[in-house]
Write a protein that binds this ligand. Sequence first.
Ligand code: PCA
Length: 321
Amino acid sequence: MFKNALLVLAAVSASSAVLAQTKWDLPSAYPVTNFHTENLNQFIADVDKATGGKLKITSHANASLFKAPEIKRAVQSGQVQAGEIILGNYENENPIYGLDGVPFLATGYPAALRLYKAQRPALEKLLAGSNLRLLYSVPWQPQGVYVNKALASGADLAGLKWRAYSPATARLAELAKAQPVQIQAAELSQALATGVVDSYMSSSSTGYDSKTYEHVKYFYNTKAWLPKNAVLVNKRAFDALDKPTQEAVLKAAAAAEERGWKLSEEKNKWYLEQLAAKGMTVSEPPAALAADFKKMGDLMLVDWLRKAGDDGKAIVDAFRN
Ligand code: PCA
């Protein structure tokens, strides 16, 4: 009798433990082995540990649940509780999202971090207006050009089939008189293999992940910008957590942000070495090419400032001073 009562008690407490567990789904758009995803999985493990398993987050990498451009809406609408996006994808919703995609505004890690700090308050406000909360944000490596032929100047870009991943990368293609084709990272290998594209700008890690070296042989390290991913949570889902769980999430997020910035920079060297080891010619851009890209970047900054108005100008001024 006594033994049965204990069993019942044990069963009740086990089921209330189950009830107290919260489960989140978190879609992202990049391969499991990419440094962003590794960092994200560490964040998830940290949250699990800090909450004693009370908050279980399941990641769905490589655009397996939603295509890259659809992730923000999925989090916003509550289809999923959290997600990882690339901010620049949403520049057409608001220019603030696209600031880190303006070529040659910030070309190295220290500048990119200052740009992020200048951008962050406006970004948080913008996201809050969409029922979202920013957990952390980490940059990709500096963007360079993958291309199927040697380039001397901007004129050599004309007519290329240029893969774009954002409005800004499509705009750059237009300025270069190339043909922009929007393709998310998860479909890049196939687009290269089938000849849908023969060129694009992205990071050392994406070139490595997509095995671009199997299709095109040149990488020009233009270091044009460092676009950021951001991990977002639906505000209602976050607010529904108890205080200690919220604090655990924010603490793990702050750690992920710090770790991610370091990881991005540290791994850049390794990724570049891998590209060369796989047979790519990895080099600095010739002076004429660099100068032509810089002109395109200047035009894009003018466009951005026009779209972003006084608030945008204040952010760029704060970054520059
Ligand atoms: N890799 C992603 C976005 C920026 C980057 O470096 C991509 O190419 O889709």
